[in-house]
Design a protein around this ligand. Sequence first.
Ligand code: XMP
Ligand code: MG
Length: 183
Amino acid sequence: MEQIHPDVSKVILSEEDIKGIVARMGAEITKDYAGKNPLLIAVLRGAVVFMGDVMRAIDCPLGIDFMAVSSYGDGAVSSGVVRIVKDLDTKIEGRDVLIIEDILDSGLTLKYLMKNLRSRRPASLEIAAFLVKDVPGQETAVTPRYVGAHVPDEFIVGYGLDFAERYRNLPYIGILKPEVYGK
Ligand code: XMP
Ligand code: MG
């Protein structure tokens, strides 16, 4: 068994779980984009780990690009304020665009991003979210076409997800102990 980080209260997805989920998502995406050449856009920085895995689970020609938006700062509460910090290097007009996201919470970040990207006239625009946070009474502002797993309304770290830039390198998905982020 892998050693659990002392700041993590519980592992919700092990490395093995993650492998299975990524393989399943990759197969779905491969099927849907057969004969196409999608552009995968990952939202920095949390989605880089998922991007690296899922792109290798997709068996069709594809391109990748990256955007950085800020909505969270170093804190744990969504502000709803989104700013493009780094834009694409690729023209997306006429491309089949698939946004690769680490975790969808309120969905406000992606709602903003989708609107922005749609104005550039891609042929299609979909979302693959590795995680969707189930918040009681909250409806997400966007609906991802592909979902890896649902997680509880806790602060999630690992597999690219951070708290104050820490824990991104944990190979599993875990719940951060509330005392670590001072709740
Ligand atoms: P919204 O609410 O706009 O937020 O869907 C999505 C972005 O917020 C970050 N986020 C988290 N990051 N653990 C994290 O490390 C979490 O539990 C968490 N919840 C939301 C994430 O950057 C995502 O892109
Ligand atoms: Mg973050």
